[in-house]
Design a binder for this molecule. Sequence first.
Ligand SMILES: NC(=O)c1ccc[n+]([C@@H]2O[C@H](COP(=O)([O-])OP(=O)(O)OC[C@H]3O[C@@H](n4cnc5c(N)ncnc54)[C@H](O)[C@@H]3O)[C@@H](O)[C@H]2O)c1
Ligand SMILES: [Zn+2]
Ligand SMILES: [Zn+2]
Length: 346
Amino acid sequence: MKALIYEGPGRRSWTDVPVPRPAEATDAILRVDAVTICGTDLHILKGDVPAVRPGTILGHEAVGTVTETGAAVTAVKPGDRVLVSCISACGRCRYCRTGAYGQCLGGGGWILGHRINGTQAEYVRVPFADTSTHVLPGGVSDEAALMLADILPTAYEVGVLNGRVRPGDTVVIVGAGPIGLAAITTAQLFTPAHIVVVDLAPARLEAAKRLGADVTVGAGDDPAAAVGDLTGGLGADVAIEAVGVPETFELCTRLVRPGGHVANVGVHGRPATLHLEDLWIRNLTITTGLVDTFSTPDLLEMVAAGRLDPTGFITHRFTLDDMPAAYDAFAGAAATGALKVVLSRS
Ligand SMILES: NC(=O)c1ccc[n+]([C@@H]2O[C@H](COP(=O)([O-])OP(=O)(O)OC[C@H]3O[C@@H](n4cnc5c(N)ncnc54)[C@H](O)[C@@H]3O)[C@@H](O)[C@H]2O)c1
Ligand SMILES: [Zn+2]
Ligand SMILES: [Zn+2]
């Protein structure tokens, strides 16, 4: 089968490798029907995630059909169409028992396309298949489900739920990549009064408008003034950081009102300054988090019921064997306008 292999910093290949077989009784093998590329895959390719060893198949998002199961798998069977979550769960450790699957101590967590071979291939081995896949209802398309593998639960859990978005809130989202845009969509579930989106890229701000931002703030505009205008100078109830650089985290702490919430979603590679000399008196709540994907069943229910349409994030479609072209389009987002690319089995 063909697979997208990380060959070391700056190098990838779309190469023939053996089809995986179950290695543990709890494994399932899936034929990959639809797969996408995450910004994290680009970070890995730059060499920013040294835990990924050269030779690893990338990818942590997919929809596929079960072809084979280990002896202990009971929740899925060959022929089932399933969503593969970016987070795997042993289902038994103390974190999994409380739905904090991202912190799994039993061999799960973010492992696909990180510590073990991932989904950007014709077939993938999924560990802990019973607790790491979701059988898809007939009415949910592969493409819609695929958006629930990572970006929707991340934005919803780490951004909107951690940030405690409530009806009538003013929510500011800093960063309008796929995660920030998914935060717009999932914040809307709580009918905030205003959603303000801050980004430097005009194309991303256009996408934010299309997906429901009320106000967009670009490079050279003043985000504090935009939020102040909407809130009588008070500040936002919730600020969601969806970039991952010190400046945007610090901006979020300045944009919220006293008593407000800052929900950090961005993955940071450098320290940010916590200005306690200004913040101590303002009763802020600051949260961080890795996605757990505990919300995936709820999100699937909303998609199946037509309450949530996550296909608006998809800008480019390819067949699976166009993987190198899909990577080029995704990595060149500034020129191509790519948000999420979908690769489907032809
Ligand atoms: N916490 C988690 O579990 C989790 C999961 C997935 C992704 N992430 C992280 O979420 C973040 C967003 O992911 P993404 O895929 O949307 O990334 P992305 O790179 O596609 O989007 C980031 C956006 O931020 C904008 N930006 C950059 N610098 C800015 C600045 N100074 N001010 C305003 N906007 C700026 C860019 O123009 C871009 O549109 C990343 O850091 C990613 O690693 C976290
Ligand atoms: Zn991802
Ligand atoms: Zn666990």
